[in-house]
Design a protein around this ligand. Structure first.
Ligand code: ATR
Length: 282
């Protein structure tokens, strides 16, 4: 009898255009691992999510990545959770141990690693501006504070949501959305859905950017947004959403499926080729 394959997947609604199966398949093929990573749908209610996840656990899945709209639900579902997942208030990983599930958040590490990789000689991220206040903004703010000890200012169209991040200790200050061109910062983050295919662009002129500053965009369809193009023109380091998508996938692969998950140019090119078709996140 041959060995059973290692199984993991990504759960979302919808999930058809997820790039994560391609990322994991690339790593598994590279080291000839007997491993499968499967896209799975669960309707956006607690009962459907529980039924699907419990079935996958019983079927021998080692873990799941979790994407929109289930990240908060996954944290509630889990029997235990990492400090980071609890702080962000959402989980993008569930790891099974027997019939218990542990929640983690590798979006935080993915963001930090993408920023580190963009400036291998070190990066001064003393002052950060996060635009947006949804789930992505929460993970990015936590990464900036924990990995870079940054002072994080949040600006969001709906100001009360930015205030919530400050009240929860995820950010240091909130300021009006209309003042987004006036911030002197070392890192500028687009954590809104602006710039995504079908959404208007995010206009930031970067006139107040510090020398050597970086701009990070969570959007990866398209890869080159107006936000990043403006940043490059102003001389900033630009970090695109694909960088974060690839890097948040690394912990899951290493925990569930195999031994080596390099984020290299070959992987980036393979996934970039898939971006020509439209679709959802992660
Ligand atoms: P996610 O959890 O994926 O981050 P979300 O909670 O829906 O998703 O957050 C989307 C973010 O994009 C929010 O910060 C949202 O601003 P609001 O809180 O005011 O809704 C922001 N956003 C979406 N469309 C926008 C627009 N047209 N102008 C400005 N901000 C926008």
């Amino acid at each position: 009898m041959s060995a059973a394959p290692r199984l993991a997947g990504v759960i979302g609604w919808p999930i058809g255009h997820s790039l994560s199966p391609n990322v994991h398949a690339y790593w598994a093929a590279r080291e000839n691992a007997l491993a499968h990573y499967i896209p799975i749908t669960a309707a956006p209610d607690d009962a459907s999510f529980r039924r699907v996840v419990e079935g996958l656990c019983a079927a021998g899945f080692r873990g799941l990545n979790v994407t929109v709209p289930h990240k908060e639900r996954a944290l509630r579902y889990a029997d235990e959770a990492s400090d980071l997942a609890r702080r962000v208030g959402a989980a993008n990983m569930l790891t099974f141990d027997g019939d218990r599930a542990r929640a983690d958040n590798s979006d935080v590490e993915g963001f930090a690693e993408a920023l580190r990789a963009a400036a291998p000689d070190g990066f001064n991220a003393a002052r950060a501006l996060v635009l947006g206040a949804g789930g992505a903004a929460r993970a990015d703010a936590v990464a900036l504070k924990t990995a870079f000890a940054a002072h994080v200012t949040v600006k969001n169209r709906t100001g009360s949501r930015a205030d919530d991040l400050v009240a929860e200790g995820l950010a240091d200050a909130a300021a009006p959305w209309g003042s987004r061109n006036e911030t002197q910062a070392d890192v500028f983050v687009n954590a809104t859905s602006l710039g995504m295919e079908g959404s208007p662009p995010l206009d930031v002129d970067f006139a107040a950017a510090a020398p050597g500053a970086a701009a990070v965009d969570i959007v990866y369809r398209p890869l080159e947004t107006a936000f990043l193009a403006n940043a490059r023109r102003a001389g900033l380091i630009a970090v695109d959403g694909l960088e974060m998508l690839l890097r948040q996938a690394v912990p899951g692969y290493l925990r569930w499926l195999g031994d080596a998950a390099p984020v290299d140019n070959a992987l980036r090119e393979a996934i970039r080729a898939r971006l020509t078709t439209g679709g959802a996140k992660a």
